[in-house]
Write a protein that binds this ligand. Structure first.
Ligand SMILES: [Zn+2]
Length: 181
């Protein structure tokens, strides 16, 4: 657990913003170093190495609750656009939750609705919260990857996903005092 004062964290974040490039899809791409998995890293002499997407989340919403991860709805790992980030559970937890029926399982689109090309409301919410690669989910559901990214980027089905996003932000509130990365 790393502790940094919120005020300093904000300063580091605004400095980091200068090293971001906005894309047409709304991503903010980190131009600095990346780790082996492609996540943007901020290396400074006076702090431990910081992940830019996590730094962004903490500055905007406050500490990351234990057991949750900061995930990308855009699937671009070196993106640190706040509107592209959400909290998710690690892979095992999600799989476990679905297996135990505590979450809406994502089921392939072979049903009466298939010809209409519609996703059930529960499927849309599950896609929005799913932290896996968009292409993987698209393959599983046998839909075009654009359907998945549309939901995650808030371009479609916003009447179903907006409340989910708000829930996280309202519960956490902005960073104050000492925060943990
Ligand atoms: Zn993005």
């Amino acid at each position: 657990m790393r502790e940094i004062k919120a005020k300093r964290l904000h300063a580091i974040y605004f400095e980091a913003l200068k090293r971001g490039t906005r894309t047409r899809a709304g991503c903010l791409l980190w131009s600095g170093a990346k780790n082996s998995k492609g996540y943007g890293q901020l290396r400074r002499r006076d702090t431990p190495t910081l992940y830019v997407h996590r730094l962004t989340w903490v500055v905007a919403n406050g500490p990351i609750p234990t057991g949750l991860q900061v995930c990308h709805i855009c699937d671009v790992r070196n993106c640190f656009a706040i509107e592209h980030l959400f909290l998710g559970t690690p892979k095992q937890n999600t799989a476990d939750m679905i297996a135990k029926g505590r979450d809406s399982p994502i089921v392939p689109l072979f049903g009466l609705d298939h010809w209409k090309g519609k996703l059930a409301d529960d499927q849309v919410r599950a896609i929005y919260m799913d932290h896996r690669e968009g292409t993987q989910i698209a393959k599983e559901l046998q839909v075009h990857p654009g359907v998945i990214s549309g939901i995650r980027l808030g371009k479609t089905h916003t009447h179903l996903t907006a409340s989910v996003k708000r829930l996280f932000c309202e519960r956490l509130g902005p960073a104050r005092g000492v925060v943990y990365l």
